[in-house]
Design a binder for this molecule. Structure first.
Ligand code: FCB
Length: 451
């Protein structure tokens, strides 16, 4: 941390404003930080997606990333020094099982074994996510999430990880952001495998939940506890108050914010979405709803922004068009709207996730971050964190059983289709030297956690 200049700005929220035992953490994901070329990992569909011209800014891939595979002790030291209670990380399927199924890669399992011990040795709780998007390329070639067999493939992988580190993790999420896994990747087409096909999307929308439910059953059969899932939520607001725009925003809301949680909590799929993808669903999907509705032990909520939708009758279903909003935006162009976090926490806590512990498993922003004289002043991020911590406190005051808050992300990292161009970290990474420099937001959070 040489050259690192602490700033005096403080956040308004402090640890003492939250209930006793509330966990503060930071989140990362395997492909975004580890360096997929190290440790005999197998290729994933993100490697091939990134190797295809036009998919990723700068053609960047995750082969080196933050070299966390080697530098994890330093990264965990940074977490500990900040006073964090928990670390949310993911295991890479392609690293653990290079062929997707069958014999695991011992180097991969050893890595996660060391990592979990390292988290515990530093007095923090490990929060595991089993799938944060690095699908083994072999399985992608077999249709990936469009193939029903993925339920069994994923469960077997989940069992292998559980057998090695399940005794020491505090909680396990099956899948990170099924909307991104299914919709963003098979309908919008901007994440691997980059499909734009409603039939592929419908199959993925169902199979991602079937894989979740099947893995929940397999892990419970092994005695696993504290099993949940991480969903992303995005406010879908109508561009105007016309009935047509309100209905368009309702369709977007159903796809993004209702499909997954309603099916998992036994309510089936929302009709607004079946109206569009119903004809493209895999045959017999209704018979899987019981498997999908396994009881959850907790729910992870990721929240970043809102979107505005206008009706687009000239387009096929869902016939809605995103309209640019007018709120202040992050470097991603995402509107900053902390109220949305409170709204989703209350909507889940008083609705489908009533009675479940809830965690904010991701919230954060990319900024135009520039190192100056060995320090990085990021007041916009500090304000962003402050606003969202305040929203979390309001949700708690309204009775939501919120247990923790994980900032996305600990480190600047591989931001998927944006490559290394977008910086979400509270710690700056110089990708030429791999030097880590805590930003002002890191210091501010650290001081807040000490108060
Ligand atoms: C979420 C992802 C995470 C990161 C943030 C910015 O959708 O889970 O990997 O890309 O967005």
């Amino acid at each position: 941390m040489t050259g690192d200049r602490p700033v005096t700005d403080d956040l308004h929220s402090a640890r003492s404003d939250f209930p006793p035992g509330f966990l503060f953490g930071a989140a990362t994901a395997a492909y975004q930080i580890e360096g997929a070329s190290f440790g005999s990992a197998g290729p994933s569909h993100w490697d091939s997606f990134a190797a295809t011209p036009g998919n990723v800014v700068g053609g960047d891939d995750g082969s080196i990333a933050c070299e966390h595979y080697h530098r994890w002790p330093e990264d965990l030291d940074l977490m500990q020094a900040a006073g964090f209670d928990a670390y949310r990380f993911s295991t890479s399927w392609a690293r653990v099982m290079p062929d997707g199924t069958g014999t695991p890669n011992p180097e991969g399992l050893d890595f996660y074994d060391r990592l979990v011990d390292g988290v515990l040795e530093r007095g923090m709780k490990p929060y595991l996510t089993l799938y944060h998007w690095d699908l083994p390329a072999v399985l992608a070639m077999k249709g990936g999430w469009t193939n029903r067999d993925i339920a069994g493939w994923f469960s077997n992988y989940a069992e292998v990880v559980y057998d090695r580190i399940g005794d020491r993790v505090a909680a396990t999420a099956t899948i990170n952001e099924p909307w991104c896994v299914a919709w963003l990747s098979h309908f919008v087409g901007v994440h691997a495998p980059g499909l734009r096909d409603i039939r592929a999307a419908a199959h993925a929308m169902h199979h991602v939940l079937l894989a979740h439910g099947t893995a929940m059953q397999a892990l419970r059969a092994k005695g696993a506890k504290d099993l949940g899932i991480v969903l992303n939520f995005e406010t879908a607001s109508p561009a105007t108050d016309t009935p047509a725009d309100i209905a368009a925003a309702g369709r977007a809301d159903a796809i993004f914010n209702r499909w997954f949680i309603e099916a998992m909590t036994g309510q089936g799929y929302p009709q607004e979405v079946l109206d569009g993808i119903g004809p493209h669903m895999p045959a017999g999907w209704q018979d899987d709803l019981d498997t999908i509705a396994q009881p959850l032990d907790w729910l992870g909520v990721n929240y970043y922004t809102r979107a505005l939708y206008a009706d687009a009758p000239d387009m096929p279903w869902p016939a809605c068009r995103a309209i640019e909003g007018t709120l202040p935006k992050t470097a991603m162009g995402w509107e900053i709207r902390p109220e949305g976090l409170r709204e989703f926490l209350v909507r889940m806590g008083q609705g489908p996730a009533r009675g479940l512990p809830i965690y904010v498993t991701e919230n954060g922003m990319a900024g135009d971050d520039i190192l100056e004289g060995g320090a990085l002043h990021d007041p916009v991020r500090m304000g962003f964190i402050d606003g969202h911590l305040a929203a979390a406190r309001e949700a708690i005051a309204e009775g939501v059983d919120l247990r923790g808050f994980f900032y996305w992300s600990l480190l600047d990292n591989y931001e998927w289709a944006f490559g290394y161009a977008k910086r979400f970290g509270i710690v700056h990474v110089d990708y030429d030297t791999q030097k880590r420099t805590p930003k002002a937001s890191y210091h501010a959070l650290s001081r807040a956690l000490a108060r």
